[in-house]
Ligand binder design. Structure first.
Ligand SMILES: Cc1ncc(COP(=O)(O)O)c(C=O)c1O
Length: 380
């Protein structure tokens, strides 16, 4: 059997292990410590725009605290991009609120500004002003932030950017994760950088970040005994995970280049296959970290993305369909949805190709050869 090629596997640099050893040597083995503080500083410096950062146990936890900071409560509605991973929407339900899903547009595959406006107007007509808008930068591609921020500001609804997949991407030269009232990052094992598991909440509002750190540490009031006047959470990042994160921050720019090189490789490899379409950046305003290289399979002979996925699987190569939209998920069957079929089409045709920054030339060639062979098999 050929060796496994993963969709997106962890890729350590030179210093992660030294940082962990240092944490052991100094006995900072807890969900606080110098690496947690340092990782927060590293992220804030990288993102710029004067943001503050709370390092947390996951991106999902970050989104949950973000919604709490925005006052989302039981009975509220929160608008959320439909085409995304379930973790973008689950924290809405944790708060007892209802997600209102909005479809994507074709250029970036992210939230359609037109449908966002339609959704807001319809919810207002029903007397239900949404409490927040969760916009996702899928696979690292920036959403249409100018239009989305303009609509959100006009209706006075805060935006939460789900930048879990988009660390290192930018829009008009500004880092993603710095546009919304709040944003979240993920350092899960498959992300562009990882802490094994972890996330961060980002905001220019330092008071929110401080309050998030407090809630994430079981909401312990200042007292010698255990005193609580808020419901707390155990959501803080471990100093060991942050030690990995600090090493990963040193190599983040390199990881972005390596992931972007994967995309360029696939694009060149399949240049003569009209059935494979690539989601290019619409123009120079959009800069994607290319967390995952994705394609649409538009074969007229009825050859599907599933055929390609299975062909790759038969050679021990992992690929995945695009995210299945939330409005198609049984768990959200009753949630309102404003759409025009775009995310359904994307889901039907889209495939994520192996995209690790640690892929070798030989591995990329193996992926390309297997896909090209599929089309040859169909042609005969
Ligand atoms: C779009 C999106 N949002 C949220 C998350 C949740 O992040 P985490 O796994 O760190 O909780 C992920 C990834 O897992 C994601 O891809």
């Amino acid at each position: 059997m050929n060796t496994k090629i993963w969709l997106s596997s962890p890729h350590m640099g030179n210093n992660e292990f030294n940082n962990i050893k240092e944490a052991f040597d100094t006995n900072w083995i807890a969900p606080l410590g110098p690496h947690v503080d340092g990782f927060e500083r590293d992220l804030a410096n990288f993102l710029g725009e004067g943001v503050s950062v709370a390092a947390l146990s996951s991106g999902t936890a970050a989104l949950h605290l973000g919604l709490i900071m925005l006052g989302v409560q039981a009975g509220d509605e929160v608008i959320c991009q439909s085409m995304t991973f379930s973790a973008s929407a689950n924290p809405i339900a944790y708060q007892g609120a209802t997600p209102v899903f909005v479809d994507s547009e074709e250029r970036t595959w992210n939230m359609s500004p037109d449908l966002l406006e339609t959704a807001i107007q319809d919810r207002l007509r029903k007397g239900r002003k949404p409490k927040a808008i969760i916009v996702v930068h899928l696979y690292g591609m920036p959403a249409e932030m100018d239009q989305i921020m303009d609509i959100a500001n006009r209706f006075d609804i805060p935006v939460v950017e789900d930048a879990a997949e988009a660390l290192g991407s930018s829009y008009k030269g500004q880092m993603l994760g710095t546009f919304g009232a709040m944003s979240i990052l993920s350092f899960n094992g498959n992300k562009i950088i990882t802490t094994s598991g972890g996330g961060a909440l980002v905001s220019k509002n330092e008071a929110w970040i401080k309050q998030s750190r407090f809630l994430a540490t079981q909401a312990r009031d200042a007292a010698p005994h255990y005193q609580h006047s808020h419901i707390g959470y155990n959501y803080r990042m471990s100093n060991i995970c942050a030690a990995i994160g600090r090493g990963q921050m040193e190599v983040l720019p390199e990881r972005v280049q390596q992931r972007r090189a994967n995309y360029t490789f696939y694009k060149e490899a399949f240049a003569d296959l009209a059935a494979i379409q690539f989601p290019d950046e619409p123009n120079a305003d959009y800069y994607s970290n290319r967390w995952l290289s994705t394609v649409l399979i538009n074969d007229k002979k009825g050859f599907s993305r599933e055929d390609i996925r299975l062909a790759l699987e038969s050679e021990n190569i992992e690929s995945r369909p695009l995210w299945k939209p939330m409005h198609l998920q049984p768990v959200f069957a009753n949630a309102p949805f404003y759409g025009d079929g775009t995310s359904e089409r994307l889901f039907e045709k889209g495939l994520c190709l192996p995209s690790g920054s640690n892929m070798t030339d030989e591995e990329r060639a193996r992926v390309a050869a297997r896909i090209k062979a599929c089309f040859k098999e169909v042609a005969v």
